[in-house]
Design a protein around this ligand. Structure first.
Ligand SMILES: [Ca+2]
Ligand SMILES: [Ca+2]
Length: 513
């Protein structure tokens, strides 16, 4: 039963929502548009990854016309810069700034995994991260996908109620051990630490991110713990008879929708509790001591929280790609439930009430305004699909670009728009009240022409120019350098770009020389 306030005391906003409480929202769930408000940032080309268009047959590549499928750029504390091409290469970008930087293959990840599959947007060699002590222990982690067809490996986890015969794809986290961490080409060994199974027809929403909390220091409970992205493994729109299944979500005996946090060391080393794979359960996880839950679950209720990041104060963010309507940035905490497939943004998804995945319903007003708690944690940023389609990575910015300082910078993968929001407003919106979210504005990108004159551009313009034709998507991803600056990359043109401080007249002068 809903509790309702006496009619006369309901504020105006609540009245309009009560009137529509059971009516499906059919268009524009968030009416206020995202606009530019004067925030403008210069973007510069840094380095382009090698052309891998012909690496494998076109029918085995999700986007055979795209130059290189770069999705992460990562810096080591020693200054070395790495980037991946999800077609299967981990590159080291040689020291030397700007146009002198040259990528070469550090590790041929595709060659290591013969069952690798590259046919979906999130597939192949999706992500990588270095252990915080890579300089001494030589450890880094990759996440990739494989086809189940003919695959001799047995997954550590198959969704509840399914068996080996139902498995369509594998999703694998591997620990690599570089014998010489300072070497510029990988030599060493590998250990598989987790292999999970998909049972939907298309490889949809695999684990994509592996991350260490960069603010954790030696001795902190979070230090050395590996986080994964959180995803529904395609139990929304993954296709085939097993998809569109809300019963696979909102449960703690399954990793579906969960961000995992693991101690990547084998229990044979730690003598701790073994997880699903060859890793140790951190006892600081909220569900570690719950006999009915999987101890590796850190937080759950995500559809495709494909990227994680941390502010300098330790606040953890997840970018969660929505279904047909709402994109989200969430502040993530140990043990909390972020709603999918019952919630999408601060709305109810229709599937959980027996309808379709593309349906959206308003929450009851007493839930929406936080008077009554429903057990879910709600996003601090939302936008709908007349603004974009898939929220990208996002980062708290404290770098050298004054205009972005104190902002969270993110964007839309598909159309390449770059957005920003005030970090303080986002943290204020993390208040237990679903309807309060922080405002979003769009960032105007610009380049300097040969004479030093500012030329406004969109991210799409830049890609189209590099490719010499109109790209079907922007495929925007954002990464952060070791000194806190931001890279913009595209899985279309393979270029790594950087947001840079405007040096105005000096930039123009140097451009003229
Ligand atoms: Ca809208
Ligand atoms: Ca709120």
């Amino acid at each position: 039963m809903r509790t309702r306030m006496p009619f006369g005391t309901i504020p105006l906003l609540a009245i309009s929502i009560v009137g529509a409480a059971d009516a499906q929202i059919t268009s524009n769930p968030i009416p206020e548009p995202i606009v530019k408000r004067g925030l403008a940032v210069e973007v510069r080309d840094l380095v382009r990854l090698p052309d891998t268009r012909a690496l494998r047959p076109a029918d085995q590549d999700v986007a055979p016309d795209s130059w290189a499928r770069v999705s992460y750029v990562r810096d080591l504390p020693d200054g070395r810069r790495f980037a991946n091409d999800s077609r299967g290469f981990l590159y080291l970008i040689d020291a030397g700034s700007g146009n002198n930087a040259q990528p070469h293959v550090y590790a041929d990840v595709a060659a290591a995994f013969p069952y690798g599959t590259y046919k979906r947007l999130e597939s192949g060699f999706i992500g990588f991260v270095f252990h915080p002590e890579f300089a001494t222990n030589g450890l880094f982690y990759t996440v990739h996908t494989e086809s189940a067809t003919g695959n001799p490996k047995i997954p550590d986890f198959i969704p509840i109620g399914y068996g080996l015969k139902d498995v369509t794809y594998h999703n694998v986290i591997t620990e690599w051990h570089a014998t010489k961490p300072a070497a510029n080409t990988f030599e060493g060994t590998r250990r598989e630490i987790l292999r999970t199974a998909h049972v939907v027809a298309n490889l949809t929403h695999p684990m994509g991110a592996v991350e260490f909390n960069p603010t954790a220091k030696p001795g902190d409970p979070d230090y050395g713990l590996l986080y994964t992205s959180g995803s529904d493994y395609g139990f929304s729109n993954g296709g085939g008879p097993n998809a569109s299944n809300p019963a696979q979500t909102q449960r703690l005996d399954s990793i579906i929708t969960a961000i995992l946090r693991i101690d990547p060391r084998s229990p044979s080393v730690t003598h701790g509790r073994k997880g699903l794979g060859d890793y140790t359960i951190p006892m600081a996880n909220k569900f570690a001591s719950d006999p009915k839950a999987l101890g590796e679950i850190y937080a759950y209720g995500f559809r495709n929280a494909h990227r994680l990041s941390w502010d300098t104060d330790g606040t953890m963010f997840a970018s969660d790609i929505g279904m047909d309507n709402i994109e989200e940035i969430n502040i993530v905490r140990n043990g909390e439930n972020y709603g999918w497939m019952k919630r999408e943004g601060y709305f109810e998804n229709g599937r959980a009430r027996g309808g379709a995945l593309n349906e959206l319903y308003p929450l009851p007003p007493e839930i929406l305004d936080g008077r009554v708690k429903d057990g879910f944690t709600y996003p601090v940023l939302v936008y709908d699909h007349d603004e974009g389609h898939s929220v990208s990575d996002g980062f708290a910015y404290h770098g050298r670009i004054a205009a972005l300082n104190g902002k969270f910078v993110f964007g839309d993968i598909q159309n390449g728009r770059v957005f920003a929001s005030d970090l303080a407003a986002m943290k204020k919106a993390d208040d237990g009240i679903p309807r309060t979210v922080a405002p979003i504005e769009e960032v105007q990108l610009y380049v300097r022409d040969a004479s030093g004159k500012r030329v406004d551009v969109s991210f799409r313009d830049l890609i189209d120019k590099t490719m010499g034709k109109s790209a079907p998507r922007a495929d925007l991803h954002i990464s952060r350098s070791r000194d806190g600056e931001l890279f913009l990359t595209s899985r279309q043109d393979g270029m790594i770009r950087m947001l840079v401080p405007d040096d105005g007249a000096a930039g123009a002068a140097s451009a003229k020389r």
